[in-house]
Design a protein around this ligand. Structure first.
Ligand SMILES: [Zn+2]
Ligand SMILES: [Zn+2]
Length: 744
């Protein structure tokens, strides 16, 4: 029987309390030896009669760890008596550190406990909880390579750090009021507000109706009570956009319908924002004028303390950056940007090395992959080459594949502006350094003008890596399944093979060879991007009829404006063409008067969905056209039917009529898309039908497609581990690029 060996453990084994865990097992089984962080791995030198029991226990790891492999090598030489945690050494980078972890119950107890060393201390943490990704610079994971390096431990923390019986034995983030990061409350001019308890003072200011910027784990939030939410929206100039809220756990059930899955995520170590249906759709309209509310529960010691002092049970808590821009992380930057919008700043002095937005989930799907979930690590065999996927342009992130695993970064944003673009580069640099990645292949979007595409070209030139362009919607399907399938990608916009704007696509094949076998009708977008901002333009592009012009005239369009619009379309000047699902939903939202100007990403379609969930759908006739070998669903016919019904609505019950049209439109559009897919599956003998794309976030559309697929006897395939929207693209780019056959 083996009584000694060198055990190498790989995976997410640092930042999860692995060394103290091994230490406690060694004591339990009477093992002599050492444990050390070695590169991104953990190396254990062990000797003792109960070595095999020890090995078995160690192979399970502590709760937050994810073990890929455990390797045992022969041990030579002598081992001194006792068990020791030895200093880390640089070495091979095969693993990853975990995402930031919500403050655990035991630490919250310490914060609440009268007389405890941690009583009222905002940054209390232990081996099982606290920031990780957001504070790390380099592996191996030790305090000196994190932003905790600025806070030398006090004697009491040192003692606890060295105590094998403590939950903070070798906890790299250990800190207390004496030695750890502190809080300061500042006015907009940067003057410190005199107070002995900045959190209690902040709670009182919030209760009084003030708007605060609060520096959290991954960046700044804007925070206020519900009463001030209207004021906050006015100051930000974002009057329509729904705001996320943080609620006291005991009132969550009263305001939204919480599913079991939501409950688990909301209370788990991830603690994302969960988008849930309001109990009463007409409640909390100042926060969200949709039928849903995005809610999260307190996830740091600071949040717990705030709610301890607050009279209000819920707080608006929205990222302080402009939508699509990077989180603001630094106090000077925050003051420069926000001193007009914010009454006070509550800040701490721990550096945020990797910024991180809040993650968003809805109906068991990830909408935004970020804090608590990312860096997201997935076991998948994509071969020996190291691959970088730089992502698309909107809702972007990056993915690196190395040695059997992909690692996807947190949400980066819209890589259209220079700030977000440099944040993308910074993210790729940091992630690449943590993984020790040197790229053989760089995958990018097919759009030649994207900043991310140009960056990929530049990086490939510098490194000699091979470049692979991956069409946007094929990346969606590649992110969903690697098996042969019919793939449905329903989306906003993406660059198509023919240079037009795609977004309602049906493919057949296997990654990377997907043939486009169906799509939504190609319709003009008069004014190009203007048609995205003003969806009534899109409506006229789809239905260029006098009736539509009359409708627009009643809504205040002048004769001159209408003249320009008709001429633009007639002469095809500044008109692009699209099969986008999002743009069709926008047009109907405009037709029904639900949204006439898009002020945030997805607004018209989200308002359509909110109206539709109050209506009852009825089946309409579907029209299909065959062009160029592809089956095309006529969205013109669907819009014409919606328009016809709108003109027949009874005046007494106008609202109900609109809700019903909205519901029917979504239902029939989804049914039409599913019909093309299920027919194609039958013809080609394929069983799996994959669904992806931002429009699939719409529950009614997704569920109709799912029902039709199941009814046809096929398998409905979605990837719940990655966002349905563009947050899956960088992962799909890696998968697709790996499968491209190389000339031998
Ligand atoms: Zn803890
Ligand atoms: Zn201390």
């Amino acid at each position: 029987m083996q009584t000694a060996g060198i055990i190498i453990v790989r995976g997410i084994v640092q930042g999860v309390g692995f060394r103290p865990f091994v230490f406690s097992k060694a004591i339990e089984f009477g093992i002599n030896g050492t444990v050390t962080n070695f590169g991104s791995e953990v190396e254990i030198r062990a000797s003792g009669a109960r070595f095999s029991d020890f090995l078995r226990e160690v192979s399970h790891g502590p709760p937050m760890s994810r073990i890929d492999t455990v390797e045992v090598r022969p041990l030579t030489g002598n081992i001194r008596t006792g068990f020791f945690i030895e200093p880390s050494r640089e070495g091979f980078l095969s693993g990853m550190i975990p995402p930031d972890i919500a403050t655990c119950e035991a630490c919250i107890h310490d914060i609440d406990q009268e007389g405890s060393r941690y009583e009222g201390y905002w940054a209390t943490s232990c081996v099982n909880c606290g920031p990780r990704y957001s504070i790390i610079r380099k592996l191996p994971y030790d305090r000196e390579r994190t932003s905790m390096v600025a806070f030398p431990m006090c004697p009491a923390c040192e003692e606890e750090y060295a105590d094998p019986h403590s939950r903070r034995h070798h906890a790299q983030t250990i800190a207390c009021r004496e030695c750890g990061p502190g809080l300061r409350l500042l006015d907009p001019d940067g003057n410190e507000v005199r107070t002995t308890n900045p959190v209690m003072e902040s709670a009182s200011l919030l209760d009084q109706g003030h708007i605060l910027a609060i520096r959290g784990i991954g960046g700044f939030h804007l925070v206020c009570t519900e009463r001030s939410s209207g004021e906050l929206k006015r100051r930000l100039g974002r009057t329509e956009q729904p705001l996320a809220i943080m609620v006291r756990p005991d009132i969550l059930d009263q305001i939204v319908r919480v599913t079991q899955d939501d409950k688990e995520m909301l209370n788990g170590p991830e603690r994302p924002i969960a988008v849930m249906a309001k109990r009463d759709p007409s409640s909390h309209l100042e926060i969200s004028n949709l039928h849903t509310l995005g809610c999260m529960l307190p996830y740091t010691g600071l949040h717990h303390l705030l709610f301890h002092y607050l009279k209000n049970p819920l707080l608006i808590m929205t990222s302080a950056n402009m939508p699509g821009y990077p989180m603001v992380t630094d106090i000077d930057q925050a003051m420069a940007k926000m001193n007009r919008d914010v009454d006070y700043f509550l800040t701490h002095d721990r550096l945020i090395i990797n910024r991180c937005d809040d993650s968003v989930v809805r109906d068991e799907h990830i909408i935004r992959l970020s804090r608590g979930i990312a860096p997201k690590r997935t076991k998948i065999d994509l071969g020996k080459r190291t691959i970088l996927g730089v992502g698309p342009e909107l809702n972007s992130n990056a993915t690196i594949y190395k040695d059997g695993f992909t690692v996807t970064s947190p949400h980066v944003g819209n890589v259209r502006n220079p700030q977000t673009f440099s944040y993308l580069q910074e993210t790729i640099e940091n992630l690449g350094r943590l993984l020790g990645a040197e790229y053989d292949v760089i995958a990018h979007d097919a759009h030649p003008q994207f900043l991310s595409t140009r960056f990929a070209h530049r990086l490939a030139k510098e490194t000699g890596a091979e470049l692979v362009a991956v069409q946007h919607h094929r990346a969606h399907i590649a992110a969903t399944t690697i098996k042969p399938c019919i793939g449905i990608a329903i989306d906003g916009v993406g660059y198509g093979d023919d240079g037009t704007v795609w977004g309602g696509e049906i493919f057949a094949g296997q990654v990377p060879d997907y043939e486009r076998i169906g799509h939504l009708e190609v319709v003009p977008m008069p004014g190009g991007d203007l048609a995205t901002r003003f969806p009534e333009r899109m409506l006229y592009g789809i239905l260029p009829e006098d009736g539509v012009l009359d409708l627009l005239a009643t809504r205040g369009w002048t004769d001159i404006e209408l003249g320009v619009l008709t001429k633009q379309l007639g002469r095809k000047v500044n008109v692009s063409y699209t099969s986008s699902t999002g743009r069709v939903l926008d047009a109907v939202s405009a037709l029904l008067g639900l949204c006439r100007e898009r002020t945030y990403d997805g607004e018209p379609a989200m308002k359509l969905e909110s109206a539709a969930c109050l209506g009852t759908p009825t089946p309409w006739d579907l029209e299909f056209i065959t062009t160029g070998g592809a089956e095309v669903l006529s969205t013109r016919a669907l819009c014409r039917e919606a328009f016809r019904q709108l003109n027949r609505i009874s005046v007494d019950d106008e609202k109900r009529g609109i809700y019903d049209i909205a519901a029917s439109f979504q239902y029939n559009l989804a049914r039409g898309i599913a019909t093309i897919a299920t027919n194609a599956a039958g013809e080609r003998g394929l069983r799996d039908i994959a669904l992806s794309g931002g429009v699939a976030i719409n529950s009614a559309i997704r569920n109709t497609i799912k029902d039709e697929i199941v009814k046809s006897g096929c398998n409905y395939v979605v990837n719940r581990e990655y966002p349905l929207g563009d947050g899956c693209i960088s992962f799909g780019q890696c998968v697709s690029a790996a499968m491209v056959k190389r000339p031998s």
